[in-house]
Design a protein around this ligand. Structure first.
Ligand SMILES: [Zn+2]
Length: 350
């Protein structure tokens, strides 16, 4: 869907991506065109961003990062706000932790180059069941794939499967909790190990590479708790190739676990939380998967430092890139290397 009108993209992608990948990250055994995937953390299109969208500035949130997003075949993000028409309201008048994006947000995602979102997070029920259904409808109408919620119990938590260059990438999404009390059972995909195991096993029959989104953990913490770490790892045990965590609002470490790669927290993307230094710095994951000797595997991973705001940018100062590299090195068990403006996640002999 998002590839419409981007016939030139594969050429640009290979040039840009290869520039950041280590030479050993691409084996001679490649036997197909790869798929490039970007993963972004929390995107809140409510609050003041929502007000801009209501004024018609639909390009606003992704304006600065769109050129890089568009060079990827698939872009994933965690959509932290519901999308619904609330008559101009984008934040609850008496509760700043309840927010909602206007219907224009779906178009903003599409225009920004986002192809698939997780709708499973603690804000997924801020404005209730109707808004949850509206979110799904708006995303579908805009051509943005989604996973992590359900309108009805007939088709419970369908995964998103995106096919590019003959490779099928599957996405599932889970949240550790939901902020608002009752009524969401069966509409939001809460993490349950046994269900995750069944869903990912089923998805692996239809998709050749699986990315699991996990929303949970402790806000502003440097590292996941023992409990959160167990849940992140359980998703790899269930068969996910990549696990992307978010919700802490700050970037956390990276680990190779079994046959999978886990990002404990990507941090923010479109979010305004000026009170915390690390809520203003984050990274986007840029990865390439290729068909290698019959199976689809990760061929390269690099991280792009991101300056977070209501309109994030990759055009960061050296200070952001330096401090992010130091932080990730301190918090990761995966080996990472600084390479120009990027950080490369080394694959070793994987
Ligand atoms: Zn959250």
């Amino acid at each position: 869907m998002a590839s419409t009108g981007k016939a030139f993209a594969p050429v640009v992608v290979s040039i840009v991506l290869l520039a950041g990948l280590s030479p050993q990250s691409r084996g001679p055994e490649s036997d197909s065109t790869g798929v490039t995937i970007m993963a972004l953390g929390d995107v809140n299109l409510g609050r003041s961003v929502g007000q801009r969208l209501l004024k018609g500035d639909v390009a606003y949130p992704f304006l600065q990062i769109r050129p890089v997003l568009e060079r990827h075949d698939i872009v994933f993000a965690n959509l932290e706000s519901q999308i619904a028409n609330r008559g101009g309201e984008t934040q609850h008048p008496r509760d700043r932790y309840r927010f909602c994006a206007p219907p224009q947000a779906a178009q903003a995602l599409r225009l920004g180059g986002i192809s698939v979102v997780s709708t499973s997070n603690n804000h997924a029920f801020d404005y209730g069941a109707e808004a949850l259904a509206e979110t799904i409808d708006e995303l579908s109408a805009a051509g943005v794939q989604w996973t992590g919620t359900s309108k009805d119990s007939v088709d419970l938590f369908p995964p998103a499967i995106v096919e590019r260059n003959g490779i099928r990438i599957g996405f599932v999404a889970y949240t550790e909790f939901v902020n608002r009390g009752k009524g969401w059972t069966g509409t939001i995909s809460i993490f349950e190990q046994s269900r995750a195991r069944r869903e990912i096993a089923h998805l692996r029959k239809k998709a050749e590479f699986v990315i699991a989104s996990y929303h949970g953990g402790t806000e502003y913490a440097d590292a996941p708790s023992r409990g959160t770490l167990a849940q992140l790892r359980a998703l790899v045990d269930a068969g996910a190739d990549i696990v992307v965590g978010h919700h802490p609002h700050v970037p956390q470490g990276i680990e190779w676990y079994g046959r999978g790669l886990i990002f404990y927290s990507l941090g923010n993307c479109v979010f305004l939380q000026p009170h915390n230094t690390w809520a203003r710095k984050a990274f986007a994951v840029s990865m390439e998967v290729r068909r290698l000797g019959g199976s689809v595997r990760l061929a390269g991973i690099k991280l792009l430092p991101l300056a977070v705001s209501n309109q994030p940018t990759f055009d960061v100062t050296d200070g952001v890139a330096d401090s992010l590299y130091e932080r990730l090195r301190r918090l990761s068990t995966a080996e990472i290397t600084r390479k120009d403006k990027y950080i490369v996640v080394n694959r070793g002999d994987r």
